[in-house]
Design a protein around this ligand. Structure first.
Ligand SMILES: C[S@@+](CC[C@H](N)C(=O)[O-])C[C@H]1O[C@@H](n2cnc3c(N)ncnc32)[C@H](O)[C@@H]1O
Length: 235
């Protein structure tokens, strides 16, 4: 069997930046290589749940130490280029521990909800006290959220290897209001296999979305730009 692709969102596990004593203590109990191997092998929502259950407590330290994880801040920055109204009600899709929400708050956006499959990641997000509501749900299934609920959405690191595919776009655009901007990352390595091109073309053809921009970008400092930062607008 060939070498499994490195999940870019977890390459930062190998990054050794400046750590506080508290971070070092927490990370001493975690095995980054084991988490990485599991991330390579994710196939089902249950496996994803188990991975993030074990990772939630150390996730921010692994990814943020040394400021190597760019994706959440980059998504928030792209979003802020397109949205001036700081009062918009934003859904953070696959919010995890809340890093993208935190970055959006940094731009002045204050009305945030988060959605994620992992209760443990959501618990960490809750500790940041930046979300009005945190929803546990599988994005690959119908969502119990009414049509046209949100003014906008952001998503960092969720559309990637064995996480969430393009199938989730139907539900995301259903719950967004007409005119809503959705800024997200899609890992270019799964673009073809997870059907992003055909799904985006279909949504465009049906008059559901307009693609404002697709910008290549790096998930991590010093790495190739294998992320695609996409800005959609619901028609
Ligand atoms: C790499 S993390 C990104 C978290 C955060 N947005 C960030 O940039 O740090 C991917 C997130 O997607 C969530 N996820 C994976 N599969 C999912 C699914 N089917 N439905 C909802 N969330 C899912 C995971 O629980 C995890 O929190």
């Amino acid at each position: 069997m060939g070498k499994a692709p490195v999940l870019p969102e977890v390459r930062a596990l190998r990054y050794s930046g400046q750590m506080t004593q508290e971070s070092e203590k927490k990370l001493a109990g975690a095995d980054p290589d084991a988490l990485l191997t599991r991330a390579y092998e994710l196939e089902t929502p249950d496996q994803s749940l188990a991975l993030y259950r074990d990772w939630a407590d150390t996730y921010d330290d692994h990814l943020e130490q040394g400021l190597s994880y760019l994706s959440p801040r980059a998504v928030a920055a792209v979003f802020a280029e397109y949205v001036d109204d700081l009062g918009v009600h934003i859904l953070d899709v696959g919010c995890g521990t809340g890093l993208a929400g935190l970055a959006a708050r940094g731009h002045g956006f204050e009305r945030l909800d988060g959605i994620d499959i992992s209760p443990e990641m959501l618990e960490q997000a809750g500790k940041k006290q930046i979300y009005s509501s945190l929803i546990q749900a599988d994005l690959t299934h119908p969502l119990e959220i009414a049509d046209n609920t949100y003014d906008a959405a952001i998503s960092s690191g969720t559309f990637t290897h064995a996480h969430v595919g393009a199938v989730a776009f139907d539900e995301i655009f259903r719950i967004l209001k007409p005119g809503a901007v959705f800024a997200c990352t899609v890992n270019a390595e799964v673009w073809v296999e997870n059907g992003f091109g055909p799904k985006i073309r279909e949504l465009t053809r049906r008059g559901i979305v307009h693609v404002r921009e697709i910008r290549p970008g790096a998930y991590f400092k010093g790495e190739d730009a294998i992320g695609r930062f996409i800005v959609f607008q619901k028609c």
